[in-house]
Design a protein around this ligand. Structure first.
Ligand SMILES: *Cc1c(COP(=O)(O)O)cnc(C)c1O
Length: 304
């Protein structure tokens, strides 16, 4: 098992450095008309234990993304995380209006990337207002660019309206940009991903109609499988999970205390659950057949 102890020591740091260098490479290869600003990397830590977050933080990572309100509340309030003063949380999951009051209490909440209706925007603004913070809360409008029923997000046709609502009627929110998840498993031999093309077009429309400057409107697009390509198309914020932290277990509704159950696994148990090892835990950490298997360790990773 020696090779796994090597993984446990360096896995996240090595993977993180590899992702950062790919982010920089892709930025340098952008067409000349696009800005050369290096996008923000959000390390998506959903369903991963705190130790992984602490380890990534120690390697210099500051922005982290979470999908579930309860899990984020628990993680962000944990003593271990309280000791990471510059951590910046992004909420990137589906948000229900009745959860806004819980979410806004998260210490160091930096951005909510998934505002997809006027009702949610208003609820979030009013929740944030009650916190009496000096600055408004950064938000992005999520666009369902692939128009899949299974995906959340406003339709691209309603995007301008929703942004306008945020700007005119949500005094405690700061409109920061547009976000999409897009179709998984897009076949890139078919050309530029239509989801990313669509989001770029949405930004054009928003800026033209509402008189904003494109530099002031971010694009959150790109995940483990496609962040390099998203950057080439102008992404300013990429959300990368499994390439940094290893494959995730599917979320199990049966373990209602999902966050509690994963909060204190060691990084090793989790990083190694990517497929090849059999960690000895009672948490059911072995991947189910057909569980998502992302590339980990990354190609550049050297197992000694
Ligand atoms: C899980 C998730 C990610 C990260 O996915 P990976 O494929 O693990 O990089 C990014 N964005 C959203 C909205 C997610 O839910």
């Amino acid at each position: 098992m020696k090779r796994f102890s090597v993984l446990s020591m360096d896995g996240i740091g090595v993977a993180l450095r590899s992702v950062i260098s790919r982010v920089k490479d892709a930025t340098a290869k952008r067409p000349s008309e696009l800005p050369k600003t290096v996008p923000r990397l959000v390390a998506v830590s959903k369903l991963k234990p705190l130790e992984c977050i602490v380890e990534a933080y120690q390697h210099g990572q500051r922005h982290f993304g979470e999908n579930y309100v309860q899990e984020l509340v628990e993680k962000s309030n944990d003593q271990k995380v309280q000791e990471l003063p510059d951590i910046r949380w992004h909420f990137i999951g589906h948000l229900q209006s009745n959860k806004c009051n819980n979410l806004v209490g998260v210490p160091n909440l930096f951005m909510v990337e998934t505002v997809d209706s006027t009702k949610l925007a208003s609820a979030l603004s009013s929740s944030w207002g009650k916190q009496n913070k000096q600055d408004p809360l950064n938000i992005m409008v999520q666009v369902n660019t692939s128009e899949e029923d299974s995906k959340h997000g406003c339709s691209s046709d309603h995007c301008v309206e929703l942004v306008q609502h945020v700007i005119n009627h949500c005094p405690h929110l700061k409109f920061s940009g547009l976000m999409t998840i897009g179709e998984m498993d897009y076949d890139w031999s078919q050309g530029g991903n239509p989801d990313f093309i669509c989001l770029v077009q949405c930004r054009k429309d928003v800026c033209e109609i509402l008189g904003l400057s494109e530099e002031d409107v971010e694009l959150s697009m790109g995940m483990s499988s496609d962040f390099d390509k998203a950057i080439l198309m102008g992404s300013t914020n990429v959300r990368v999970g499994s390439t940094i932290f290893g494959a995730r277990q599917p979320k199990q509704p049966s373990s209602a205390n999902a966050a509690g159950g994963i909060l204190h696994q060691s990084p090793r148990e989790t990083v190694l659950s990517g497929g090849t090892s059999q960690p000895k835990t009672s948490q059911g950490t072995n991947p189910a057949p057909g569980a998502e298997q992302d590339t980990f360790p990354p190609e550049s990773f050297n197992v000694h």
